[in-house]
Design a protein around this ligand. Sequence first.
Ligand SMILES: *Cc1c(COP(=O)(O)O)cnc(C)c1O
Length: 399
Amino acid sequence: MVAVAWPMEAPPMPPVRVNRPRRAAPADAVRPTRAEVNLAAIRKNLHAVRKLAGNQRVLGVLKADGYGHGAPAVARTLERAGIDGFAVALLEEAIELRDAGIKAPILVMGGLYGNACDEVLSHDLTPVVYDRGQIEALARAARAAGVRARVHLKIDTGMARLGVREEELPGVLSTLHDLPELEVEGLMTHLACADAPTRESMDEQLARFDVATARVREAGVAFTTRHAANSAALLRGAPALGAVRPGLALFGLSPLDGGPSLAPVMRVRSEIACLRRLAAGESAGYGWTFTARRPTVLATVPVGYADGLSRSLSNRGSMLVRGKRAPIAGTVSMDMVMLDVTDVEGATVRDEVVVLGAQQGPLGRDEIRATELAELAGTIPWEILTSISRRVPRFYREP
Ligand SMILES: *Cc1c(COP(=O)(O)O)cnc(C)c1O
């Protein structure tokens, strides 16, 4: 294995490969419920992110299977579009990308390498480190393999989750200074409040990051880049440090109100499986939490909480049928949900039902965003996307 330096220029174009993202095989998709991933929208969002990042490098965050979109396909799209590198949470996620043929630098942020330091090195990954045990284990593995390992050092500037705390910094720096097997390529920190109404907390953390950076320099530990910005920090114009780490923005969602226009990437759709008429006073679903107040038409749709449709949307959310909203009627069950389609004229079996995304139909055009579902379900759009389970096949579209 040859340790490759974090590229200071754009990475070389990957060799030409027949490398179309794998589509779910028809056999995987008997049920009409599926997630459509628009790869052109991902490229568009990368373009928007690049503009905001100026001349900083962009590390696309693809943890949790690329926020539910399918990390290998998303990574191939972004790599071909010239992204500078990727960041994931788990070593396993990084190896999945290497196995998929991804050549760009991959930062492993979670910091848990166990006794798999050899795997980190043999897959040419860039680990994030923050404690001496981890640093020494990596150095031993690098020495044994006869390579120099690049690492990024994480500083805790207030998230209090991972990272070297202020009082531990001198010890960690002297350890790093004495280990020639390790090259500290980057310094990083993570922001706790980048999407808060004001930027005060973000700026406070960035100021602490500057103080820690000065101490790294004083200790004679060289580094070539720094990064802190997630999507929110990037969108609200955090100062340029060298690199940025957006996740959500690449998938077309802004953690802030307003901001540049981004293109939603994921669309989840199904079809009406069957219809029934209820008389006023009849109830439906588990616990009979829905009772018809008038003669009602209910449509059963084969998507449930096991697919990622939060059960807290019971009697709250809606879906799109023929271009119009139809409210969820009753309790979301594991594999199915019922919609009240009484006011959706002409609704029939096999009509498309959109759970997430836009629909144009004979009755109009509407769109359901992950942000809207998150608000209704009492969560955040990140959780909506990462909850879409693996039994929903991903179909990749190149419109
Ligand atoms: C998830 C994550 C990001 C990306 O966050 P977004 O808000 O999705 O842009 C960046 N850095 C770290 C350390 C993360 O865990």
